[in-house]
Design a protein around this ligand. Structure first.
Ligand code: CP
Ligand code: NVA
Length: 309
């Protein structure tokens, strides 16, 4: 079997993304019915490397590996010789002699690309500075469950237009036929280099959040200061607040009541979103978080045992 990685959904076709979402829905159902899926990855073991903190990704991916019958091993970067300067290409070749897949959360997407290049087993992106593909899969699964479809749904992302979660939301959204809008300050607007010209040319870019949210189905936001950007906090806050906060005033501008609010979490209440908005009946944030488990399973099966069905 030729090894396949998941570094960004740019490398996946619309049909593949749809299959992953449908598989995740099926796996969610099997779990609800108490059906065991232990045999599918039985005897395998999966490495996870974390250069940054994580709650959802670490927990959901670990449980996904375990429920598929495989063994998860989590390494913080500090525990590995990586932190003492061992080259990524050596770590890749060594770990792939032991593990059947390597999943990693990294500061620099370039390291993930190098890891995949030198690893003989699949490499899965658990978040990099550029992309968060597992999050986008869970997000569109949630949209499919709640809205019954993905094609044609209007989603407005408010905040940092160069954010990793937004990039993956846009890439998957365009492939799946969603109408993706983004409102961000000029200096944080999306770029064709990261999204790809094909995706960039199909999204609608706004500076004013009130214009972007008009008549949308979904309002999505993420933190203004991502992990690794802590030194930029002060200048970012000046630019993003108060204009780009998802609050009741902004939500009123949608002009309808059947909208949903999404956030990958963790949220910084009082910054990108208010407590009132995230706790409202429109919020899907905990369904998104749950769906990280089911989509992670779908990805693991797709890469390690695609004939499982
Ligand atoms: N959404 C997400 O990836 O959360 P964690 O940083 O907690 O893993
Ligand atoms: N953009 C955020 C997402 C966290 C899940 C970050 O990179 O910190």
């Amino acid at each position: 079997m030729v090894k396949r990685d998941l570094l960004t959904l740019k490398d996946y076709t619309a049909d593949e993304i749809k299959l992953l979402i449908d598989d995740a829905i099926l796996l969610k159902n099997l779990r609800r019915r108490g059906k065991s899926i232990l045999p599918y990855l039985s005897g395998l073991n999966v490495a996870m490397i974390f250069e940054k903190p994580s709650t959802r990704t670490r927990a959901s991916f670990t449980v996904a590996v375990e429920e598929l019958g495989a063994f998860p091993i989590s390494y913080s970067a500090q525990e590995l010789q990586l932190s003492r300067g061992e080259p990524v290409k050596d770590v890749a070749r060594v770990l792939s002699r032991y593990h059947h897949a390597i999943a990693a959360r990294v500061f620099s997407h370039k390291d993930l690309v190098e890891l995949a290049q030198f690893s003989s087993v699949p490499v899965i992106n658990l978040l990099s500075d550029l992309y968060h593909p597992l999050q986008a899969l869970a997000d569109y699964m949630t949209i499919k469950e709640k809205k019954g479809k993905i094609e044609g749904v209007k989603v407005a992302f408010i905040g940092d237009g160069q954010d990793n979660v937004f990039n993956s939301l846009a890439i998957a959204g365009v492939k799946l036929g969603a109408k993706v809008r983004v409102a961000s300050p000029k200096q944080y607007a999306p770029t064709p280099q990261v999204l790809g010209e094909d995706v960039y040319s199909k999204i609608e870019i706004f500076e004013d959040p009130e214009d972007a949210v008009k008549d949308v189905d979904i309002v999505y936001t993420d933190v203004f200061v991502s992990m690794g950007q802590e030194k930029e906090r002060e200048e970012r806050m000046k630019v993003f607040l108060p204009k780009y906060q998802v609050n009741v005033d902004l939500l009123r501008k949608i002009g309808r009541d059947d909208y949903v609010i999404m956030h990958c979490l963790p949220a910084h209440r009082g910054e990108e979103i208010t407590d009132e908005a995230i706790e409202s009946r429109h919020s899907l944030v905990f369904d998104q978080a749950e769906n990280r488990l089911h989509t992670s399973k779908a990805v693991l099966l797709y890469l390690l045992n695609p004939l499982w069905r």
